[in-house]
Design a binder for this molecule. Structure first.
Ligand SMILES: *Cc1c(COP(=O)(O)O)cnc(C)c1O
Length: 399
């Protein structure tokens, strides 16, 4: 890094840890190192820390603490939810409904089930990335066991109509899973009001440690007739209600709980500040950069997400030039930016492959300042000018 300052605007890829989380984890590496299954007092100290953390995490989404399964990641939570429900209920039916813009953790898990003889409906989305509720309801058959639709999209920030999806799932007695990794701690979530049966979250998108996640799993029996509706996908000791065996990462989970506590306290303020920054960036870019447009919904979107289409140049070039000015942003999702295929999310909202390559995602977070936003808005236009002058695509440009 040669730039004199560094401005991190890639909070959707991962977040830096909050220093208050690091402090709590440091303490628990020392005092909660025991195996939470051990009978002795060191083990019991860890078990206490775990129980308290579980309560804190549950409280953010109006869940009960015994409905939280700690996992090693959001990806793992998605896999347990989808594979676990699909396999357990295959005698009931082998049909799953998901959307065309899921994170790879859901998309590829569903594709794996397809190879194993399941039938998967990938619901299309409109130009904003929203699913159509009527279409969802029409797709449900007697064979459908699970609907898995993300809470908010990691690339374009669109927030799906989760409460309405939950109501449809309940009406047809189908289980509802939502990948809420981007939404958890950023916008209010209530698993009761929204009829969510399974929900995935991850600590590292919320100023917590990497490698710690959770799956909310509605207590069995609450949905009449379903009984125990999920089976494990890993086998070992009986940790986490048999759903996620392996010695428990108590210090990491304590850090996750601290991150959740902070999110809970700071959410209203953070929504307000981040929405202000988000809308300022969108307005400024659309006004000052010709041939630019917004991807995703103008209002039904995460407070911290900006995704711009910049015509005639490659998003990758913009990201590299921004980096040399000390700004971290992204194009497509971090996972797909290493491949040359355009993002499936941007294709799903109707962009042509060439347009999809020209996307720039800017995601803000807790540590973003007024100066950071100003710096970005100052550095972006000359980069775009310069790249457009060199662009072989500029011949398409009318002016
Ligand atoms: C980051 C992310 C995941 C994966 O979470 P990990 O903890 O990194 O495995 C899943 N879904 C969405 C929407 C994400 O943004």
């Amino acid at each position: 890094m040669n730039a004199s300052r560094y401005v991190y605007l890639d909070y959707a890829a991962t977040t830096p840890m909050d220093p208050r989380v690091i402090e709590v984890m440091n303490e628990h590496f020392r005092i909660s190192y025991g195996n939470s299954s051990s009978l002795h007092s060191i083990g019991q100290k860890a078990a206490q820390t775990l129980a308290k953390s579980r309560e804190t995490v549950a409280s953010l989404i109006n869940a009960k603490s015994d409905e939280i399964i700690f996992t090693s990641s959001g990806t793992e939570a998605d896999n347990i939810a989808i594979l676990g429900v699909a396999l357990k209920n295959q005698n009931r039916g082998k049909h799953i409904i998901t959307s065309a813009l899921e994170h790879h953790a859901v998309e590829n898990t569903c594709k794996n089930l397809k190879n194993r003889g399941f039938s998967i409906t990938f619901l299309p989305v409109d130009k904003y990335g929203l699913i159509d509720l009527r279409e969802l309801e029409d797709m449900i058959t007697d064979e459908t066991t699970l609907i898995s639709i993300m809470f908010a999209n990691n690339e374009i920030g669109t927030i799906e109509p989760i409460k309405e999806i939950g109501a449809i799932a309940k009406k047809h007695d189908v289980l509802f899973h939502t990948d809420a990794v981007q939404a958890f701690g950023k916008v209010p979530i209530d698993i009761e009001a929204m009829n969510i049966d399974l929900l995935s979250a991850s600590a590292h998108k919320l100023y917590g440690p990497k490698g710690v996640g959770m799956l909310y799993l509605r207590n069995k029996g609450i949905r009449e007739g379903w009984g125990k509706f999920i089976e494990p996908i890993m086998y070992g000791g009986g940790h986490e209600r048999d759903m996620r065996p392996s010695t428990i990462n108590v210090p990491g989970i304590a850090g996750f709980a601290k991150a959740v506590e902070l999110a809970k306290n700071e959410m209203p303020k953070e929504i307000e500040i981040q929405t202000k920054y988000r809308d300022k960036i969108i307005k400024n870019v659309l006004e000052n950069i010709e041939d630019s447009y917004l991807n995703g919904h103008p209002t039904k979107r995460l407070p911290n997400n900006v995704n711009l289409g910049i015509r005639f140049i490659e998003g990758e070039s913009i990201v590299l030039d921004l980096d040399s000015e000390g700004i971290a942003a992204s194009t497509g999702s971090a996972c797909s930016s290493k491949s040359l295929d355009p993002s499936h999310v941007l294709l799903a909202i109707g962009l042509k492959p060439q347009e999809a390559h020209g996307s720039l995602r800017v995601t803000i977070g807790r540590f973003t300042t007024d100066d950071d936003v100003e710096y970005f808005l100052e550095k972006l236009p000359p980069i775009i000018d310069r790249l457009r002058k060199m662009s072989p695509l500029k011949g398409n440009k009318k002016k």
